[in-house]
Design a binder for this molecule. Structure first.
Ligand SMILES: [Zn+2]
Length: 217
């Protein structure tokens, strides 16, 4: 049972097609595992379609409350636009679209991080994010890392716990640099996660970009 879902902002941007590819990989992978968010997405897409189709899409319509629009959808007054996507085999550790990204990278190739932890970078066409798989041995803490901006973690196998909660398969944790936490894989099973982070700052100055790796910024 998934307890930690995508936040509304992210789902809305995904529905509108404005979410960057790196985040979208994680959102779509969560959707493959989560009937509740698939249903929420279908409502959002219906609302989008409603505003586009409505000839009277003026101030009055825009000011309609979210609840009244939801009520109309549930009453069948607004069609649900898209069929709900389902994952074909829910027991796969790597559901689509993640599976395709892994295959495009030449299959699973773990790189050791020390103390049994490993990672695999997932290449995307999106320079604003970094997407990686992390494998944390059962009972061990996540290797120390610093957040720069937003970080999304989606659990694919096993579970981890931190000061906030316990996160199991399908659960999403959003963190930013204000969150101090020390996630630890729960005992019994290695924890495999998909992690999306904002890429390091990209400086306008070519000189700064050249020295960036030297300065470690
Ligand atoms: Zn969900």
């Amino acid at each position: 049972m998934i307890e930690h879902h995508l936040d509304d902002d992210m789902l809305q941007q995904y529905a509108a097609g404005t979410l960057a590819e790196g985040w979208s990989v994680a959102v779509a992978t969560h959707l493959a595992l989560c009937p509740a968010c698939r249903s929420e997405l279908s409502v959002l897409e219906s609302v989008g379609g409603y505003f586009i189709e409505s000839e009277a899409a003026d101030e009055t319509d825009v000011s309609q409350s979210w609840e009244s629009i939801k009520a109309k959808i549930n009453a069948g007054q607004i069609d649900k636009v898209l069929p709900i996507k389902k994952t074909s085999s829910s027991d796969l550790t790597y559901p689509e679209p993640l599976k395709t990204y892994i295959e495009a990278a030449g299959g699973l190739k773990w790189r050791q991080l020390g103390r049994g932890a490993a990672q695999m970078m997932i290449p995307t066409g999106d320079e604003t994010t970094t997407v990686r798989l992390l494998k944390i041995p059962a009972g061990q803490p996540v290797p120390e890392h610093s957040h720069r901006g937003m970080e999304l973690t989606l659990v694919l196998d096993g579970s981890f716990s931190d000061e906030i909660s316990t996160f199991a398969r399908g659960d999403v944790e959003m963190a930013d640099d204000s969150l101090m936490h020390q996630p630890k894989a729960d005992k019994g099973k290695d924890c495999i996660c998909l992690a999306v982070t904002e890429a390091p700052l990209r400086f306008k100055s070519r000189f700064l970009r050249l020295v960036q790796p030297l300065l470690g910024i």
